[in-house]
Design a protein around this ligand. Structure first.
Ligand SMILES: C[S@@+](CC[C@H](N)C(=O)[O-])C[C@H]1O[C@@H](n2cnc3c(N)ncnc32)[C@H](O)[C@@H]1O
Length: 316
């Protein structure tokens, strides 16, 4: 189906005008509300999957053969379509991931705090708060010490807790979240080393512990083994890898975020921009098996209930 900037939603009939030529709505010809229901509805899911494929195909045709970065990126810029901007940008979920979190930095903690679009009603939000608290207590109870590296640390929600346990290096590929992490640590009067650094960059030393929060679910299935190998190289023998990640509860994300389709999730910001990113939900059993295969021992992966998976393992 070709992209249409103005259309009547194929499911509910509501008229919708796209903000830009890369809007998934225009490819699916579904309004944002119906896109938000795609996780529970076979037809909507089918349309969404087709739209992702069609938008990807169109962008592949439009991308110069030299793959110049100027032509890549999947953020939707809310400006009126022009002759050149009518070409949809390429969907590269890994590049899009950094752009998305860079753009989302100021609203990221709304997710933790269940504010705005992330408020899902008193019952769900109370369960969320209780499980988040349990995750924090679990992390606090781990014997993390010495030199600790936090990869893809974002706005540093977990950084004060980690900084209280050892000498902490806080790394992320996006600058704005890292700035918020810095402010958070300063508010707690805690010190850490904060640097822009890609989580895939090869370690330059070995440390006592590595932590990742909600990062493994952004690692593609075919790259998990490679990432766990990299984590292993970060850690001294006897050191610890700990992580917290997401379970696929429908009330976990914003009300207008559909469930991922084929490990790709469409995420929306408060200003309406949309991004397509990798989001892979893995069971505790899958994660435990992957850790053992990567050479970790004393592997313990559990879940808080509905929302979080908690994992810890020792590097041999
Ligand atoms: C879901 S957030 C997690 C933030 C934080 N760890 C937490 O638990 O709240 C994912 C983070 O990964 C970062 N990120 C995305 N791609 C990255 C990459 N290639 N290397 C390092 N960080 C990356 C984003 O900037 C974002 O801050």
């Amino acid at each position: 189906m070709p992209f249409r900037s103005t259309f009547d939603c194929l499911w509910c009939g509501t008229s919708h005008t796209c903000r830009g030529p890369d809007d998934l709505e225009g490819w699916a010809q579904l309004c944002p509300v119906c896109i938000g229901k795609a996780g529970d509805n076979g037809f909507l899911r089918f349309r969404l999957r087709q739209a992702l494929a069609e938008r990807g195909e169109a962008s592949r045709r439009a991308t110069p053969s030299d793959g110049s970065p100027e032509a890549a990126g999947s953020a939707t810029v809310p400006s009126p379509p022009t002759a050149s901007s009518a070409i949809p940008a390429a969907v590269d979920p890994e590049r899009s991931l950094v752009e998305y979190y860079e753009a989302r930095a100021r609203e990221y903690d709304d997710w933790y705090l269940r504010r705005g679009r992330y408020a899902r009603g008193a019952i769900h939000d109370a369960a969320w708060a209780a499980e988040l608290d349990a995750a924090g207590r679990w992390l606090d109870g781990l014997p993390l010490r010495g030199e600790i590296v936090e990869l893809a640390a974002g706005t540093g929600w977990w950084s004060p807790l980690l900084a209280g346990k050892g000498e902490l290096w806080v790394y992320d590929a996006a600058a704005r979240p890292l700035e918020l992490a810095r402010e958070r640590l300063m508010a707690h009067r805690l010190r850490a080393h904060l640097h822009l650094r890609d989580a895939w960059e090869e370690p330059d030393r070995a440390v006592d512990a590595v932590f990742t929060g909600f990062w493994l679910s952004h690692v593609r299935r075919d790259r998990l083994e490679a990432f766990l190998g990299l984590v292993r190289r970060w850690i001294r023998p006897g050191g610890t890898f700990a992580f917290i990640d997401s379970l696929p509860d429908p009330a976990s994300g914003a009300a207008d975020h559909p469930a991922p389709v084929d490990d790709l999730a469409v995420r929306r910001l408060d200003d309406g921009r949309t991004f397509t990113i990798t989001k892979v939900y893995r069971t505790p059993g899958e994660l435990a098996a992957a850790l053992r295969e990567a050479g970790f021992i004393d592997v313990e992966v559990s879940q808080t209930g509905r929302f979080f998976v908690l994992g810890v393992a020792t590097r041999v």
